[in-house]
Design a protein around this ligand. Structure first.
Ligand code: ZN
Length: 301
Protein backbone atom coordinates (compact mmCIF):
# COMPACT_ATOMS: atom_id res chain seq x y z
CA UNK A 1 0.00 0.00 0.00
CA UNK A 2 1.40 3.31 -1.08
CA UNK A 3 0.78 6.32 1.09
CA UNK A 4 1.76 9.96 1.45
CA UNK A 5 0.90 10.70 5.06
CA UNK A 6 1.94 14.32 5.31
CA UNK A 7 -0.02 16.57 2.97
CA UNK A 8 -1.30 20.10 3.56
CA UNK A 9 -4.53 20.93 1.75
CA UNK A 10 -4.97 24.55 2.73
CA UNK A 11 -3.38 27.04 5.06
CA UNK A 12 -6.42 27.72 7.19
CA UNK A 13 -9.88 26.43 7.73
CA UNK A 14 -12.12 28.48 5.50
CA UNK A 15 -14.76 25.81 5.06
CA UNK A 16 -16.81 27.15 7.94
CA UNK A 17 -16.64 30.83 7.03
CA UNK A 18 -19.64 32.66 5.68
CA UNK A 19 -20.08 36.08 4.17
CA UNK A 20 -18.05 37.86 1.63
CA UNK A 21 -15.00 38.56 3.73
CA UNK A 22 -12.85 36.14 5.67
CA UNK A 23 -11.73 36.78 9.26
CA UNK A 24 -8.79 38.83 8.05
CA UNK A 25 -10.79 40.78 5.52
CA UNK A 26 -9.82 38.59 2.58
CA UNK A 27 -12.09 38.22 -0.38
CA UNK A 28 -13.85 34.95 0.36
CA UNK A 29 -14.29 34.06 -3.29
CA UNK A 30 -10.57 34.38 -3.80
CA UNK A 31 -10.05 32.02 -0.91
CA UNK A 32 -12.61 29.58 -2.20
CA UNK A 33 -10.79 29.30 -5.47
CA UNK A 34 -7.82 27.98 -3.60
CA UNK A 35 -9.96 25.11 -2.47
CA UNK A 36 -10.21 23.96 -6.03
CA UNK A 37 -6.69 22.67 -5.71
CA UNK A 38 -7.97 19.90 -3.51
CA UNK A 39 -9.70 17.80 -6.17
CA UNK A 40 -6.64 18.33 -8.36
CA UNK A 41 -4.42 17.21 -5.52
CA UNK A 42 -6.49 14.02 -5.19
CA UNK A 43 -6.21 13.40 -8.92
CA UNK A 44 -2.43 13.69 -8.74
CA UNK A 45 -2.28 11.38 -5.72
CA UNK A 46 -4.15 8.69 -7.62
CA UNK A 47 -2.14 9.23 -10.79
CA UNK A 48 1.01 8.55 -8.76
CA UNK A 49 -0.46 5.23 -7.65
CA UNK A 50 -1.18 6.12 -4.03
CA UNK A 51 -3.75 4.15 -2.04
CA UNK A 52 -3.87 6.54 0.90
CA UNK A 53 -3.11 10.11 1.83
CA UNK A 54 -3.35 11.93 5.14
CA UNK A 55 -4.42 15.57 5.14
CA UNK A 56 -2.37 17.12 7.91
CA UNK A 57 -3.06 20.85 8.10
CA UNK A 58 -1.71 22.92 10.97
CA UNK A 59 -4.27 23.46 13.72
CA UNK A 60 -7.40 22.73 11.67
CA UNK A 61 -9.06 20.01 9.65
CA UNK A 62 -10.57 22.17 6.95
CA UNK A 63 -9.19 20.22 4.01
CA UNK A 64 -10.65 16.96 5.24
CA UNK A 65 -13.98 18.70 5.83
CA UNK A 66 -13.89 20.07 2.31
CA UNK A 67 -13.08 16.68 0.79
CA UNK A 68 -15.70 14.96 2.88
CA UNK A 69 -18.48 17.42 2.13
CA UNK A 70 -19.41 18.36 -1.38
CA UNK A 71 -18.29 21.91 -0.95
CA UNK A 72 -15.35 22.06 -3.33
CA UNK A 73 -15.88 19.07 -5.54
CA UNK A 74 -16.55 20.97 -8.66
CA UNK A 75 -13.40 20.68 -10.70
CA UNK A 76 -12.88 20.01 -14.33
CA UNK A 77 -12.29 16.44 -15.46
CA UNK A 78 -9.86 17.69 -18.05
CA UNK A 79 -6.27 17.33 -16.77
CA UNK A 80 -5.44 20.54 -18.62
CA UNK A 81 -7.63 22.33 -16.12
CA UNK A 82 -5.94 20.90 -13.04
CA UNK A 83 -4.20 24.16 -12.50
CA UNK A 84 -6.39 24.84 -9.52
CA UNK A 85 -6.58 28.48 -8.62
CA UNK A 86 -5.27 29.70 -11.95
CA UNK A 87 -7.77 27.92 -14.12
CA UNK A 88 -10.84 28.01 -11.96
CA UNK A 89 -13.94 28.01 -14.08
CA UNK A 90 -16.44 26.10 -11.97
CA UNK A 91 -18.19 24.69 -14.99
CA UNK A 92 -18.18 21.06 -14.11
CA UNK A 93 -19.55 18.92 -11.32
CA UNK A 94 -17.01 16.17 -11.14
CA UNK A 95 -18.39 12.91 -9.82
CA UNK A 96 -16.57 11.84 -6.74
CA UNK A 97 -18.22 8.97 -4.96
CA UNK A 98 -17.51 9.11 -1.25
CA UNK A 99 -17.92 6.55 1.43
CA UNK A 100 -17.25 7.20 5.09
CA UNK A 101 -15.14 4.39 6.55
CA UNK A 102 -15.11 5.74 10.09
CA UNK A 103 -14.85 9.12 11.81
CA UNK A 104 -11.26 9.48 10.69
CA UNK A 105 -11.31 8.37 7.08
CA UNK A 106 -13.21 8.31 3.83
CA UNK A 107 -12.86 6.33 0.65
CA UNK A 108 -13.18 8.30 -2.59
CA UNK A 109 -13.85 6.94 -6.03
CA UNK A 110 -13.94 8.56 -9.40
CA UNK A 111 -14.88 6.90 -12.66
CA UNK A 112 -11.57 8.04 -14.16
CA UNK A 113 -9.51 6.36 -11.47
CA UNK A 114 -8.35 2.77 -11.57
CA UNK A 115 -8.60 2.44 -7.79
CA UNK A 116 -10.14 4.31 -4.89
CA UNK A 117 -8.19 6.65 -2.63
CA UNK A 118 -8.48 6.57 1.14
CA UNK A 119 -8.18 9.99 2.74
CA UNK A 120 -7.24 10.06 6.41
CA UNK A 121 -8.05 12.95 8.69
CA UNK A 122 -4.87 14.24 10.27
CA UNK A 123 -3.29 17.27 11.84
CA UNK A 124 0.23 18.60 12.16
CA UNK A 125 0.35 19.87 15.70
CA UNK A 126 2.70 22.46 17.15
CA UNK A 127 3.75 21.40 20.62
CA UNK A 128 6.05 23.10 23.09
CA UNK A 129 8.83 20.81 21.86
CA UNK A 130 8.16 20.99 18.11
CA UNK A 131 5.79 19.41 15.61
CA UNK A 132 4.09 16.05 15.71
CA UNK A 133 1.48 14.61 13.37
CA UNK A 134 -1.63 12.64 14.24
CA UNK A 135 -2.89 10.40 11.42
CA UNK A 136 -6.47 9.17 11.49
CA UNK A 137 -7.68 11.55 14.18
CA UNK A 138 -11.31 11.85 15.11
CA UNK A 139 -11.16 15.41 16.36
CA UNK A 140 -8.88 18.42 16.47
CA UNK A 141 -6.08 18.58 19.02
CA UNK A 142 -5.22 21.99 20.37
CA UNK A 143 -1.68 23.10 19.56
CA UNK A 144 0.65 24.52 22.18
CA UNK A 145 0.64 21.62 24.64
CA UNK A 146 3.55 19.48 25.77
CA UNK A 147 4.71 16.89 23.25
CA UNK A 148 3.96 14.05 25.65
CA UNK A 149 0.39 15.22 26.31
CA UNK A 150 -0.19 15.65 22.58
CA UNK A 151 1.08 12.13 21.90
CA UNK A 152 -1.23 10.77 24.61
CA UNK A 153 -4.18 12.50 22.97
CA UNK A 154 -3.33 11.21 19.48
CA UNK A 155 -3.15 7.66 20.82
CA UNK A 156 -6.35 8.09 22.85
CA UNK A 157 -8.17 8.85 19.59
CA UNK A 158 -6.91 5.60 18.07
CA UNK A 159 -4.69 7.53 15.66
CA UNK A 160 -1.08 7.04 14.62
CA UNK A 161 1.79 9.25 15.81
CA UNK A 162 4.25 10.51 13.23
CA UNK A 163 7.39 12.55 13.92
CA UNK A 164 7.86 14.83 10.91
CA UNK A 165 11.35 16.00 9.87
CA UNK A 166 12.54 15.44 13.46
CA UNK A 167 16.09 16.70 13.15
CA UNK A 168 15.22 19.84 11.20
CA UNK A 169 15.35 22.22 14.13
CA UNK A 170 16.36 25.43 12.38
CA UNK A 171 13.94 28.42 12.67
CA UNK A 172 10.54 27.64 11.21
CA UNK A 173 11.30 23.97 10.56
CA UNK A 174 9.51 22.52 13.57
CA UNK A 175 11.52 19.35 14.21
CA UNK A 176 11.48 18.10 17.80
CA UNK A 177 15.22 17.36 17.85
CA UNK A 178 17.21 14.27 18.65
CA UNK A 179 16.69 14.05 22.38
CA UNK A 180 12.94 14.59 22.23
CA UNK A 181 12.68 12.10 19.37
CA UNK A 182 14.45 9.36 21.29
CA UNK A 183 12.44 10.03 24.43
CA UNK A 184 9.16 10.17 22.52
CA UNK A 185 9.85 6.92 20.67
CA UNK A 186 10.73 5.15 23.93
CA UNK A 187 7.65 6.56 25.61
CA UNK A 188 5.38 5.41 22.76
CA UNK A 189 6.89 1.94 22.82
CA UNK A 190 6.39 1.59 26.57
CA UNK A 191 2.76 2.73 26.20
CA UNK A 192 2.26 0.57 23.10
CA UNK A 193 1.35 3.61 20.98
CA UNK A 194 1.77 3.31 17.19
CA UNK A 195 4.51 5.68 16.04
CA UNK A 196 6.63 6.26 12.97
CA UNK A 197 9.47 8.56 12.05
CA UNK A 198 9.65 10.61 8.87
CA UNK A 199 13.19 10.16 7.62
CA UNK A 200 12.54 11.77 4.25
CA UNK A 201 10.55 14.99 3.88
CA UNK A 202 9.91 16.57 0.48
CA UNK A 203 10.46 20.10 1.69
CA UNK A 204 13.99 19.49 2.87
CA UNK A 205 15.72 20.14 -0.43
CA UNK A 206 19.44 20.20 -0.94
CA UNK A 207 21.33 21.40 1.10
CA UNK A 208 18.56 21.12 3.70
CA UNK A 209 18.15 17.45 2.78
CA UNK A 210 21.16 17.06 5.04
CA UNK A 211 18.51 16.84 7.78
CA UNK A 212 16.88 13.92 5.96
CA UNK A 213 20.27 12.29 5.62
CA UNK A 214 21.05 12.86 9.29
CA UNK A 215 17.70 11.44 10.40
CA UNK A 216 18.11 8.37 8.20
CA UNK A 217 21.60 7.68 9.56
CA UNK A 218 20.47 8.17 13.13
CA UNK A 219 17.45 5.92 12.82
CA UNK A 220 19.46 3.23 11.05
CA UNK A 221 22.14 3.32 13.71
CA UNK A 222 20.19 3.63 16.95
CA UNK A 223 16.47 3.38 16.39
CA UNK A 224 15.94 0.84 13.62
CA UNK A 225 14.25 -1.68 15.92
CA UNK A 226 12.29 1.00 17.79
CA UNK A 227 10.43 2.89 15.08
CA UNK A 228 9.39 2.48 11.48
CA UNK A 229 10.61 4.79 8.77
CA UNK A 230 8.44 6.74 6.38
CA UNK A 231 8.86 9.39 3.70
CA UNK A 232 6.30 12.01 2.71
CA UNK A 233 5.94 14.92 0.31
CA UNK A 234 4.76 17.54 2.85
CA UNK A 235 3.07 19.08 -0.21
CA UNK A 236 1.18 22.35 0.16
CA UNK A 237 -2.19 22.22 -1.58
CA UNK A 238 -2.69 25.92 -0.98
CA UNK A 239 0.57 27.04 -2.54
CA UNK A 240 0.75 27.67 -6.23
CA UNK A 241 1.62 24.42 -8.06
CA UNK A 242 2.68 22.79 -4.81
CA UNK A 243 -0.29 20.41 -4.77
CA UNK A 244 1.37 18.65 -7.67
CA UNK A 245 3.99 17.50 -5.20
CA UNK A 246 1.60 15.13 -3.46
CA UNK A 247 3.11 11.64 -3.70
CA UNK A 248 6.44 13.00 -4.99
CA UNK A 249 7.77 11.18 -1.94
CA UNK A 250 5.74 8.32 -0.52
CA UNK A 251 6.01 5.21 1.60
CA UNK A 252 5.19 1.72 0.45
CA UNK A 253 3.89 -0.26 3.41
CA UNK A 254 4.87 -3.35 1.52
CA UNK A 255 2.90 -5.97 3.43
CA UNK A 256 -0.09 -3.89 4.44
CA UNK A 257 -3.15 -5.56 3.02
CA UNK A 258 -5.86 -2.99 3.42
CA UNK A 259 -5.74 0.80 3.09
CA UNK A 260 -7.41 1.88 6.30
CA UNK A 261 -6.44 3.62 9.48
CA UNK A 262 -6.91 0.60 11.72
CA UNK A 263 -4.97 -1.74 9.45
CA UNK A 264 -2.19 0.84 9.23
CA UNK A 265 -2.17 1.25 13.01
CA UNK A 266 -1.78 -2.52 13.52
CA UNK A 267 0.95 -2.60 10.89
CA UNK A 268 2.84 0.23 12.57
CA UNK A 269 2.48 -1.42 15.98
CA UNK A 270 3.91 -4.63 14.54
CA UNK A 271 6.78 -2.55 13.06
CA UNK A 272 5.94 -3.74 9.57
CA UNK A 273 8.24 -3.20 6.62
CA UNK A 274 8.38 0.06 4.68
CA UNK A 275 10.13 1.32 1.60
CA UNK A 276 10.48 4.97 0.69
CA UNK A 277 10.37 6.32 -2.85
CA UNK A 278 10.82 9.73 -4.45
CA UNK A 279 12.93 12.83 -4.34
CA UNK A 280 13.02 16.03 -2.34
CA UNK A 281 11.74 19.36 -3.63
CA UNK A 282 13.70 21.94 -5.49
CA UNK A 283 15.44 24.37 -3.12
CA UNK A 284 13.91 27.44 -4.76
CA UNK A 285 10.36 26.28 -4.08
CA UNK A 286 11.25 25.52 -0.48
CA UNK A 287 13.01 28.88 -0.16
CA UNK A 288 9.94 30.75 -1.36
CA UNK A 289 7.72 28.83 1.05
CA UNK A 290 9.98 29.18 4.06
CA UNK A 291 11.04 32.80 3.57
CA UNK A 292 8.11 34.47 5.39
CA UNK A 293 8.41 32.13 8.38
CA UNK A 294 12.16 32.49 8.66
CA UNK A 295 12.07 36.27 8.27
CA UNK A 296 9.39 36.49 10.93
CA UNK A 297 11.50 34.38 13.30
CA UNK A 298 14.55 36.52 12.69
CA UNK A 299 12.99 39.98 12.68
CA UNK A 300 9.89 39.36 14.77
CA UNK A 301 6.41 40.35 13.65
ZN1 ZN B 1 3.95 19.70 7.24
Amino acid sequence: MKADLHVHGMSRDISSYSGDLGPFGEDILELERKLYNLPSLLNVAVSRGLDMIALTDFGHMGSFKVVKNDYSFRCSDDPQDWEGIFNYNGHCESEFEKEEIDKSSIRIKNENWDKPLVVLKGEEINTLQGEVIGIGLESLIEPGQRLKDTIDEIARQGAIIQFPHPLATFPGAGGIGLQNLEEAIDYCNVQNYPQMTEIKNGNLASPLNYFNYKTKKLVEKHLSDKTICVGNSDARGHTSKQWKKVGSIYTDFTELEEPSRDALRDYVLKKGKTEIYGKENNIFIVGAMMAPVVLKKIFGS
